[in-house]
Design a protein around this ligand. Structure first.
Ligand code: PEP
Length: 257
């Protein structure tokens, strides 16, 4: 983390978990114990149907609500899809784009990621763009090339002011939902690579300001060590964001003086 230059962001990704009543119960359990978390922004990315309730439930807190996906078009004949404007109007601040599950199961490509990033920015949302290598790619030694390609595609065509608003989540595929975490050094190294790509594309000021998260089995036990890396500015958290005590411990790790 480097709190002087950029925001630390702890974001939960609930995926397809929690009904409306479970969302309410989570909020009621979290709010009294949350504290001020003055050193980090807390975000909860929840299923579309729970967004309006989540926005209401966390209205008087500093917890921001995010979506897990969006469509890149404004409106039209796209059955089952949700646009950036729709999310903005119900109070969404962040949106996850290009999560590996979307890439794997729903044909998300680097090209659609770029279109979604532009649509989100246009509507005033902050994209959380996910990038990451598979185990095979890591073993082949192409992690850095692959991440460079993914980041460049995602940010293609943006100007510096837009690039500053992006959050990048480095999520090695082999670590997501597996209980297998990247070492702090591995996470730090790839996050540093991501920052150097941003520096080359948009300059040092933008690179210094962009929040780069690590995601992949981050939990109460390993969070502090991962967050101690200078280029790891927070976490995108799946499993451990579903239970208040686990999520709270990660938030607290990000808030240590
Ligand atoms: C994720 O889905 O973005 C994620 C990091 O999941 P988990 O923390 O469960 O590995």
């Amino acid at each position: 983390m480097n709190r002087k230059y950029r925001k630390t962001i702890i974001a939960g990704n609930w995926k397809m978990n929690k009904t409306l009543s479970e969302t309410k119960a989570f909020a009621e359990e979290l709010k009294p114990v949350l504290g001020k978390h003055k050193w980090c922004e807390v975000v909860l990315c929840v299923p579309f149907v729970n967004i309006p309730a989540a926005v209401r439930l966390f209205k008087d807190t500093r917890v921001a609500i995010g979506a897990e996906n969006l469509h890149f078009e404004d409106h039209g004949a796209f059955t089952g899809e949700v646009s950036a404007n729709m999310l903005k109007e119900v109070g969404v601040k962040y949106v996850i784009i290009g999560h590996s599950e979307r890439r794997e199961y729903y044909n998300e490509t680097d090209f659609t990621v770029n279109k979604k990033v532009k649509a989100a920015l246009e509507a005033g949302l902050h994209p959380i763009v996910c990038v990451g290598e598979s185990l095979e790619q890591r073993e082949l030694g192409v992690t850095s090339e692959l991440i460079t390609y993914q980041v460049k595609c995602a940010l293609a065509g943006l100007d510096a002011a837009q690039a500053r608003k992006i959050v990048i989540a480095y999520e090695p595929l082999w670590a997501i939902g597996t209980g297998k975490t990247a070492t702090a050094e591995q996470a730090g190294e790839v996050c540093q690579t991501i920052r150097s790509i941003i520096r080359k594309e948009f300059g040092a000021r933008v690179a210094r300001a962009v929040t780069i998260q690590y995601g992949g089995s981050m939990n109460a036990k390993n969070a502090a060590e991962l967050l101690a890396q200078p280029d790891v500015d927070g976490g995108l958290i799946g499993g451990a964001a579903l239970k208040v005590p686990d999520f709270l411990q990660i938030i607290n790790a990000a808030n240590q003086e």
